[in-house]
Design a binder for this molecule. Sequence first.
Ligand code: MOS
Length: 743
Amino acid sequence: MTKDTKNPPIDRVDGRMKVTGGAKYFAEFTMPSMTYCVIVSSDIAKGSIASIDTKKAENAPGVVGVFTHQNMPPIPGWDAPAQGNGNGPPPGPPSGGEKYRILHTNAILFDGQPIAMVVADTFERATYAASLVKATYKKQTARTDLAKHLADGVTPKGERAADYVRGTADGYKTAPITLEANYTIPIEVHNPMEMHGILANWESDDKLMIYAKTQGVKATQRAIAQAFKISPDNIHVHTEFMGGGFGMALRTWPQETAVVAIARKIGRPVKLVMTRSQMFTLVGHRPRTVQTINMGADSNGKLIGIAHAATGETASYEDFTEGTVNMTKFMYDCPNVSTRYKIVPLDRGVPIWMRGPGEATGAFALESAMDEMAHKLNLDPIEFRLRNYTETDPEHNRPYSDKNLKEAYQRGADAIGWNKRSNQPGSNRDGEWLVGYGMSSGTFNASRGQATARAILNADGSLTVQCGVTDIGPGTGTAMAMIAHNVLGVPVDRIKVDYGDTSLPNAPMQGGSTITSTVGSAVYDVCTTVKNTLADLATKSGSPLAGSKADDLTLADGMLYLETDRSKKVAVADLMRSNNLTTIDKTQQSKGGSEGEKYSMYSFSVHFVQVRVHPVTGVVRVSKAVSVADSGRIVSPKTAASQMIGGVAGGIGMALTEEAVIDHRFGRYVNNNLGDYHVATSADVPHTETIVIDKPDPYINPMGAKGMGEIALIGFAAAVSNAVFNATGQRIRDLPITPDKVM
Ligand code: MOS
């Protein structure tokens, strides 16, 4: 690939399938004699089941089985020898300490915990039978309110979660201008359009077919293999299309493993599709997090110290940790920085990464505080950031592999019309409405993992590229096609991409903004091998290019050319035919990692918003948004822009409406549906301009491409809050920014 050539904005390779119903999601698959599983959830949040009556459900029409802790079939990998506490954890938890085992004892650890799984021959019959299961409980008081239990915070294990100090921990205190502020993130729930679930069938004693909602078919395959102590090779997982993941499908949840066990027990395929309210309790959430920022600066706007302390919730049975305070460690040039991160175990289902996970939480605090300090200094917020700009990573004392944040600030400011912003809050009116402008930065680690890809070049010039990655929506298949096109010159419409199936070569889960870098590198490498194979054939005697050096050859439009004399050429099809080849078929594992020891690799973003605030009702509307991504070379500009717009939608929800509310008397949600928990819709999202810096990162991978999934969201909520301050003079530090807080 020529690194300084920008890529054209091609359409999604799967776009037509997605809009015509051709794309099949896991719940749409059926199998002969398939059954349907419905979960019965606990009515209490903490305590134990005193009795459970399943008789009526068992006798209901069409019921095949009712499973509770009294008759749940064993999950052999979970019944492995005890680890310390006599209760072996299920395999593959993403973080430490998991003890929750579904339908295992009568203990109730969190709201919504399954107490029974009912299986019937139709979904409606299973749903009806589930309504007949009756339990009585011994109730205990559930601890669900983080605010009340902040003192119970513990520092989780793991290097990056440890307390961090650069310079002096409380160096901010020596500054002439200081601020201290607390910021709160509520519980947020992923709420993708597609419900979570699984369809599993044991085709024989040790052979399984699975359709699932997962961000990684290979990861699901491994998790199920461990749970049932069978070879991964005997498990076929298929997830070609997914209706949004946002992090909730980054693990195999206990109820999915339970479905596999039940399918084995009853000897029939079992399908579980969770309900919307179960999506609030059984597949994780963004943890409620309370943060304090102390910041000190001198009168020239130079940062002297930042201290960032965060406390998030986790479950009583499992530690969940995320990178809430990471950004503070390296974002600005500041001699004294300290961070502290704690988690509090509560009687709640375990959280999981959600849309730009902890970094989005931390960025709200840091980027709000930067705005507050800029105001104290009477500086433009961009100017304040520029005075503390750093070209090297102060946390690791090494250069960034690539950073174009100054250019991003400038281009975003130009696009939003930043010059119309007054530094004086409340001074910009348009009729009844107060108008304000705000901005913020975001950043997320960029990396490159290991993956394997296969490329099959056919004599007719068409190409198939394969990798067992799951495309959760950003357009991974399109990016794979674009990269293959760039290496081999095969037109995109002659490239077929296969993904989302465990029969394909190995790839990691799609998460953490790594897949274009990781899978893209594998595609790049294997296509390069195909190209080199062609070049070897072309330079052999008998070919029009005999005697040429492979390095001097260029591949385009199905022809190999000598770069210095384009009249010397050979058609790929002819070359293959003359060598008696119908295909060139290569599979190759890419090397993982990159020059990560020498450079700090991050993607950066800048978000700008214009808000209109109604001073009487407190309504906030985001009236204009500009998001700028500095994430290396953009492989697929059209899907990249879509992803940035998705981040804006998620950011508007996070800023203005998204909050899962618990009634702490019962430890249960009161708004566990899409009517009461408002995810931003098209009506909430204004005209959004996306800008990409589109300069290749020289070190991360051969494409120079870094991830952009997380940075599309990270920081956005602070931009909105900062704009609300600019419009009204009201500083909202507690998300979401609902009208009652603004008035
Ligand atoms: Mo994501 S929160 O890496 O799915």
